[in-house]
Design a protein around this ligand. Structure first.
Ligand code: PLP
Length: 406
């Protein structure tokens, strides 16, 4: 049974007030709150188990290394990956995608080669490809979602041509909540020798993900949205692609031997993990993944599907609110504007006075904003601890905005 009260009790911050009102935290798409299990793992990591990893022969270094390395297996289990050596740790999706851009794409793509992207991508899955456009003449091909916000796999595949080397696509839009059928895209791309990178930053938080079954070459996740510490993350990279990659950052830990004239590199994944990593942040991410796996991703997804359906019916019932995107397959993420009144920032300020935390702005998705014909939206994004009562609180606060601004 999904015991929402005991789940909420696991997240101490949910008990606090904001502006004299109980906190209604609906900014999970930006970053999620942390359960006690994560807070305790981080505290323990610094209080009694801290040392640098990989390099020492002393007790604490070995302990920290064991705890840190154990997270590789947890990420692999969480993502349905058989071989944990295909998991590279990093500070989050931004670093993961930059690794692929610098390490895999930059040395391989020539002027005129194409990368297919959707206009729904987060800037983290746009800017690293713009670098290649600016620096080496790579062409970016953009795919637009349908009017309801859905993005059919066939539409993405239609953009794949003989010069396409990579399709870089989100699994779930951070603005519209649209879920993309990345397995169909990855399968068809593989058949044509085209690589696929999936931005799993949002999807992995809200639904069971089986990366081996999806079959993409690269699958990126970010720890702080997964109820883990900020500065933690990972990317799954298939062995064949790892073998094709050159390292992105150089430094300690990623080498085997260094002399004045030569260097040889460690085997992957360490080849792609230069320098002292986010040791405790990564251990905290492991605790977060354990927490989610204990709850069960199917149970989390079922809970959030109920929230999505309820929020959808309540928000669509407000005839002065425009909700952007209503794809049949979408997560509990809603972006909206108030018709003819109130900038998104003004709305979020009024909501904040009622203790309701939402995000306002372009959500690091300016091409999508341009496509939608808006400069900014408010976004309410739900997580595993939210309730239908909080949907009602959001709607009451929006009604207040309507009274103020209309
Ligand atoms: N991709 C998507 C879809 C996101 O929502 C985000 C974060 O907002 C990112 C990438 C970037 O993640 P991070 O800032 O943790 O690297």
């Amino acid at each position: 049974m999904y015991d929402i009260n005991s789940i909420r009790a696991d997240f101490p911050i949910l008990a606090r007030e904001v502006n004299g009102k109980p906190l209604t935290y609906l900014d999970n798409g930006a970053s999620a709150q942390k359960p006690c299990a994560v807070i305790e793992a981080v505290t323990r990591g610094y209080e009694s188990e801290y040392a640098n990893v990989h390099r020492g022969l002393h007790y604490l270094s070995n302990l920290a290394t064991d705890k840190y390395e154990a997270v590789r297996g947890k990420v692999a289990r969480f993502l349905g990956v058989k071989d944990e050596q295909e998991i590279v740790f990093n500070s989050g999706t931004t670093e993961g995608i930059n690794l692929v851009s610098y390490g895999w794409a930059a040395p391989r793509l020539q002027a005129g080669d194409e990368i297919v992207l959707s206009v729904m991508e987060h800037h983290a899955n746009i800017i690293p490809w713009h670098f290649l456009r600016e620096r080496q003449g790579v062409v970016l091909k953009w795919v637009e979602p349908e009017p309801d916000g859905s993005l059919p796999a066939e539409k993405v595949l239609e953009a794949v041509g003989p010069r396409t080397k990579l399709v870089a696509i989100t699994h779930m839009s951070n603005v519209l909540g649209t879920v993309v059928d990345v397995a169909t895209i990855a399968k068809a791309c593989r058949a044509q020798g085209v690589a696929t990178l999936v931005d799993g930053s949002q999807a992995a938080v809200h639904m069971p993900v089986n990366v081996d079954a999806i079959g993409a070459d690269f699958y990126a996740i970010t720890g702080h949205k997964l109820y883990g510490p900020s500065g933690s993350g990972a990317i799954h990279i298939r062995h064949e692609r790892m073998a094709e990659m050159r390292p992105f950052m150089g430094g300690g830990d990623m080498i085997r031997e260094v002399s004045r004239d030569a260097v040889s590199y460690n085997d992957p994944p360490m080849k792609f993990e230069a320098g002292t990593p986010g040791i405790v942040a990564t251990i905290g991410m492991g605790a977060a993944l354990d927490y989610m796996m204990d709850l069960g991703m199917e149970n989390i997804a079922a809970h959030e599907a109920r929230l999505r359906d309820y929020a959808r019916s309540r928000l669509h019932g407000l005839n002065w609110l425009t909700v952007q995107g209503d794809a049949p397959d979408k997560g509990a993420i809603f972006s909206f504007t108030l018709d003819g009144a109130g900038h998104a920032h003004d709305i979020s300020t009024v909501l904040d006075k009622r203790g309701v935390a939402v995000r306002a702005g372009h959500h690091c998705a300016q091409p999508l904003m341009e496509h939608l014909g808006v400069t900014a939206t408010c976004r309410a994004s739900f997580g595993l601890y939210n309730t239908e009562g909080e949907v009602d609180t959001l709607v009451s606060a929006l009604e207040l905005c309507h009274d103020l601004f209309a």
